[in-house]
Design a protein around this ligand. Structure first.
Ligand SMILES: [Zn+2]
Length: 290
């Protein structure tokens, strides 16, 4: 029995060593161990069969999704509007502001930017009775005035890309007035010679997510309706290509198998934990003047 006891202790010690060696990258880097999916360019009469199918993939699986709505292009297509209205209020479905006419905001003054953010928020409020808190920059372009314009309109999250909004990203400090969660991974992209649209494999996208989690502690995966549309070169049909939907489903399976949570953009900061300094995560005490 003595030997057996020793063997068990020895075994436990060995397991501990193995566990420590298996996580050489365990560090103090905060992470949400999560990925937010961003579906841009939600609008009337544009590949609407494809838009609805992509949103439905997440709905069927009970997974979160953030959709970027173009304010001046929403409201008259029953297929899109009915779907969005039906999902409004569902915590797994987040509506984000994606510009008024999909403008390049960096070409506008602060006042111009703020006015367009406000117009889209008002349109979304009139249609759905919700106030967006997330701004997804059209073309991913932003400048300092965009940060101000978004905050002036009471929004707390901005998602551009890492070129216009370079790292580092503070994901751990609580109660920030503006959280920056740019796109860090793409589902598809224009080919280098600009002749056709490429949808990446689920393995490639998964690697991108893993790398983003390592480097930034979160991942934002951008999708466009055309990533999943049947097409010839750059001519898209309003029809789903089921191979691309299958790749998305395999990606979502893999993410979940690996214990990565799927969240909306505005939830990323709520899932952040600091691997070693766990005590640092206590909820902030309400200030007296609040
Ligand atoms: Zn867009």
């Amino acid at each position: 029995m003595k030997n057996l006891g020793f063997a068990a202790v020895g075994c436990a010690a060995l397991l501990l060593i193995v566990a420590l060696e298996a996580t050489p990258n365990a560090s103090k880097v905060p992470t949400c161990t999560c990925a937010a999916f961003r579906l841009d360019d939600i609008q009337d009469y544009f590949l609407n069969n494809v838009q609805v199918e992509v949103m439905s993939v997440f709905e069927r699986r009970g997974l979160s999704l953030t959709v970027g709505v173009i304010g001046n292009h929403i409201g008259s297509d029953p297929m899109i509007v009915d779907y969005i209205k039906n999902r409004t209020g569902d915590p797994l479905f987040e509506i984000a502001n994606h510009g008024w006419n999909h403008e390049d905001f960096t070409e506008l003054s602060l006042e111009g930017q703020s006015s367009l953010v406000q117009k889209t928020n008002k349109k979304i409020f009139d249609l759905l009775a919700i106030k967006p808190t997330v701004f997804i920059a059209p073309y991913n372009t932003i400048n300092n005035d965009t940060f101000a314009a978004v905050q002036e309109n009471g929004m707390r999250y901005i998602s551009a890309n890492m070129t216009y909004d370079p790292p580092p990203y503070d994901i751990i400090s609580s109660n920030q007035s503006l959280y920056r969660f740019p796109e860090t991974v793409l589902i598809g992209d224009l080919s280098a010679d600009d002749t056709h649209w490429i949808t990446f494999s689920h393995q490639e996208v998964f690697e991108g997510i893993r790398e983003s989690l390592d480097q930034h502690g979160f991942a934002v995966v951008t999708m466009h309706p055309q990533d999943f549309a049947a097409r010839d070169m750059l001519n898209y049909q309003n029809m789903v290509d089921h191979n691309y939907i299958k790749e998305l489903e395999m990606l979502l399976d893999k993410i979940q198998e690996q214990g990565i949570k799927v969240v909306t953009i505005s939830e990323i900061n709520r899932h952040v934990t600091q691997k070693q300094d766990i005590f640092f995560l206590q909820a902030p005490q309400p200030r007296k003047e609040d």
